[in-house]
Ligand binder design. Structure first.
Ligand code: ARG
Length: 279
């Protein structure tokens, strides 16, 4: 982490235009609790959630990315968390199958969107998997979380469908119930993560595969700083992040903080609202 202190940060040349799918939180609310962040007794300001979401979408557009929208469905207050809707690698779409009944109808809705938008290699999932909530793609691997939501059997399913090595990682802290709340891909095979969110053996795996990873503090993890979206240069993070922006700058990234407080009431932030379509 201190390797770049006092020297010029490395230049980032691997920025790429990205293609994202998002879902406007018109029906966002917290009426049930399926993760420790959700408290149905706390009031939710849906129009503020829409405003924060629009700022995130506008930021992606201003950075040169493409943003497609899936129509939000009434009665699905968590549908804004598009990352959970599917996993797309090399144009292949692995559908999601949600653990909790409240979100189950989102799986077919997202898969239908891909079918209607010209994707032909689609797979209806055999095992519970919550899309990019638990599948994160680096250049060499698909990193896959289990322990709270996705069924570990979905990892083999993803490996055969995508033809990429899948690395299973066990999550142990209920606050970090999806992999994308504890780990983010910054660029290529460069990642950042919060070690304490993982079982000891998974920590060891991460240490071996990613010896240069940025390890993120408990304080930064607790404000959802790891729920980040990177295009290889710009790293979009919740604005509540503490030290993380400094460490990202040392590595040559450009951190951009966004106010996502309303969407955090559902247990999601920047990454949760963003599904990446990889062609
Ligand atoms: N309320 C949603 C749930 O618990 C939040 C999902 C957040 N999404 C994510 N990719 N981590 O399922």
């Amino acid at each position: 982490m201190t390797a770049h202190l006092g020297t010029t940060p490395p230049e980032r040349r691997t920025w790429r235009r990205r293609h994202y799918l998002m879902c406007r939180p018109d029906h966002f609310d917290v009426v049930y609790s399926i993760n420790p962040w959700m408290d149905p007794k706390k009031p939710v300001d849906t129009s503020l959630a829409v405003l924060q979401w629009e700022q995130l979408r506008d930021l992606y557009l201003s950075l040169g990315h493409t943003v497609d929208l899936i129509p939000p469905l009434p009665g699905l207050p968590d549908m804004v968390y598009a990352a959970n809707g599917a996993t797309v690698v090399d144009g292949r779409v692995l559908g999601a199958d949600f653990r909790n009944h409240q979100r189950r109808p989102e799986g077919p809705a997202y898969l239908a969107w891909f079918r209607e938008n010209g994707f032909t290699e689609l797979r209806e999932p055999l095992h519970v998997n919550e899309g990019e909530g638990d599948f994160l793609v680096t250049d060499s691997f698909v990193l896959a979380g289990y322990g709270f939501r996705s069924d570990a059997r979905s990892h083999l399913e993803a490996q055969s469908f995508f033809g990429r090595p899948v690395i299973s990682l066990e999550l142990v802290d209920p606050r970090y119930y999806h992999l994308d709340t504890a780990l983010a891909v910054l660029d290529g095979d460069e990642i950042m993560y919060h070690p304490q969110a993982f079982a000891p053996a998974s920590r060891e795996v991460l240490g071996r595969l990613f010896p240069d990873a940025l390890e993120v503090s408990a304080a930064d993890a607790a404000v959802f700083s790891l729920n980040a979206v990177s295009d290889g240069l710009n790293v979009v993070i919740p604005e509540a992040a503490g030290d993380l922006p400094v460490h990202l700058r040392e590595r040559g990234f450009r951190p951009i903080g966004m106010d996502m407080t309303e969407l955090l009431k559902g247990g999601g932030s920047v990454k949760c609202c963003t599904l990446e379509i990889r062609h």
